[in-house]
Design a protein around this ligand. Structure first.
Ligand code: MF3
Ligand code: CO
Length: 262
């Protein structure tokens, strides 16, 4: 299983390519964020993302992705609304005032991937939703702050879980963060929960995609008939934030962040 392989250390050249893909992901996500409003369809967002990919001469990391013999993922963007956790397929669904929507997006430059996601309100959202978004984003930021050379892999999930559960939320367990490089998903598997101080030590040149998925209710997941969209089993709201992060000799560099990013 790919996630059990040793964690690749990227070369300087590979890191350059991943900086580039990360920047494209960040900039395109900023454009998509501006388009989110009541009345827009999820397909319109995907089409805008696909156009931006074409204009920039990069490749989608998601379209055609086929991890487990299921239907290949058909779009460049994942759009997951309210109780949808991740991997919502864009289509005719219209965003409504008061929804929360996650945009998850990845591109590759010369075969090296960047992957990032954010969740935001559509129009005006209530306090319960605002709090879920803030806490989930905070859990990612706390995990990022914890990352650096010599830290242990499980410290990441421990920080995410502690922050999410401190508000009575739960973390999804069947999906996780992941190494990223010449493959979108590579070693290691990075759960959003666990005890600290376990697993391999982080080293400069590792690149990791950290992606907390946090539910207001329980952690259990159900899959829709499209075989991709994951929803909360209890119908509760779910939020998702993600960044691609390089471990450096000093600490870390968030490759999918530009000015104005989440
Ligand atoms: N950020 C998501 C993940 O790492 C994106 C995957 S969408 C897929 O799971 F289509 F590529 F699978
Ligand atoms: Co990811």
């Amino acid at each position: 299983m790919a996630y059990g392989e040793r964690i690749p250390i990227k070369t300087r050249k590979e890191i350059e390519l991943m900086r580039e893909s990360g920047r494209h992901v960040a900039e395109i996500l900023l454009e998509l964020r501006e388009m989110v409003r009541p009345g827009i369809s999820t397909l319109e967002l995907d089409e805008a993302a696909e156009e931006a990919i074409g204009n920039r001469g990069v490749m989608s990391s998601f379209k055609g992705y086929d991890p487990h013999g299921l239907p290949a993922y058909p779009a460049v963007l994942c759009v997951s609304i309210n109780d949808e956790i991740v991997h919502g397929i864009p289509g005719s669904r219209i965003l409504e005032d008061g929804d929360i929507v996650s945009l998850d997006f990845g591109v590759a430059c010369s075969g090296y991937h960047g992957d990032s996601a954010l969740t935001m309100g559509v129009g005006k959202i209530d306090e319960e939703k605002r709090q879920l978004l803030d806490v989930t984003q905070d859990s990612l930021n706390l995990a990022i702050a914890e990352m650096g050379p010599g830290k242990r892999l499980s410290d990441i999930g421990h920080v995410v879980q502690t922050r999410a559960e401190s508000e009575g939320y739960s973390v999804v367990r069947v999906f996780a963060g992941h190494g990223i490089g010449s493959r979108l998903h590579e070693a290691p598997w990075i759960p959003n929960y666990g005890k600290p101080g376990r697993g391999p030590r982080l080293k400069p040149g590792m690149v990791l995609a950290i992606e907390p998925m946090v539910d207001v209710g329980g952690p259990d997941v159900e899959m829709l008939d499209d075989q991709w969209t994951a929803v909360t089993a209890d119908g509760s709201l779910s939020a998702h934030f993600e960044h691609t992060i390089l471990i450096t000799s000093e600490g870390r560099e968030v490759l999918t962040r530009v000015e104005g990013s989440h």
